[in-house]
Design a protein around this ligand. Structure first.
Ligand code: ATP
Length: 244
């Protein structure tokens, strides 16, 4: 089945066309990356697909729901982690995840909280106020919040930016395992290495336009970096780095 389908998705902000005629199909079970340089329309796409922003033209379907006419149905069904979003500074991870559990109608999240804190290694910080957590720790709490209700589809904007290399490996392993169970992960990133190593389907966007689609695991000599350079004209090696 198809997890996400967009047809001719377009978004204009005044004179700026942030997204132009984007048509994408993401089958269920895919570890998908929308890859593109800064300002290429990745966040705009996620915001439209999760019903936070209305497109100027085009249609989208997310797990069979229309994010324009029924944004709540989409947001109930999926997990979302926006770029650089933090838990509220005045709550502990435990309190925040309990809050998320309530919003997600989970009867009792005690076990899930333990499980996710163990998996993303913040168990010893469960009762520390978020304001006193490191950036990476806050990111791990937010990742747990995106997955805690075990949605079929999770959107994550720049998933690995604040994480140390060992935690990056752990999170990548989690994404793979999650998709192997038939779920779908939609990542947005400007780090080629993340898309190349991790993803089963990559769509490259530049200036709001889809310029290439591929499965990096099937690329032989033509590495994803070469495709990216050819289509986007990027020559900066910085795009290969995984962390800031
Ligand atoms: N609300 C807005 N009003 C006006 N312009 C906007 C708005 N939101 C985004 N844009 C513009 O749309 C373009 C695409 O932005 P978007 O945030 O989708 O890019 P991105 O690919 O996610 O970039 P980054 O990798 O830097 O996060 C940019 O030129 C941005 O300045």
């Amino acid at each position: 089945m198809t997890a996400i389908e967009t047809v001719g998705l377009t978004k204009r902000f005044g004179d700026l066309e942030a997204l132009a005629d984007l048509s994408l199909t993401v089958p269920e079970g895919e570890l998908f990356a929308l890859l593109g340089p800064n300002g290429s329309g990745k966040t705009t796409t996620i915001e439209i697909l999760t019903g936070q922003l209305e497109p100027s033209a085009g249609t989208a379907s997310v797990l069979g729901h229309d994010p324009v006419s029924d944004p709540l149905a989409v947001r109930r069904a999926v997990g979302i982690l926006p770029e650089r979003e933090d838990p509220p500074s005045f709550l502990t991870p435990r309190e925040y995840l309990e809050f998320v559990g309530t919003v997600r109608n989970l009867p009792d999240v005690t076990e899930q909280i333990d499980e996710w804190a163990e998996r993303f290694e913040f168990r010893e910080k469960l009762d520390t106020l978020a304001t006193d957590l490191s950036e990476g720790e806050r990111q791990r709490v937010m990742l747990a919040a995106a997955f805690v209700h075990e949605p079929d589809l999770v959107f994550i904007d720049e998933p690995l930016v604040n994480l140390d290399p060992l935690m990056q490996e752990q999170i990548k392993g989690h994404f793979r395992e999650y998709c192997e169970r038939g779920n779908t992960v939609f990542l947005s990133t400007h780090f080629i290495e993340v898309a190349d190593e991790l993803c089963t389907q990559v769509a490259i966007v530049s200036d709001g336009r889809l310029v290439a689609e591929c499965n990096p695991q099937e690329l032989d000599d033509e590495r994803l970096l070469d495709v990216f350079r050819a289509e986007v004209g990027a020559t900066e090696p910085a795009t290969q780095q995984v962390s800031d």
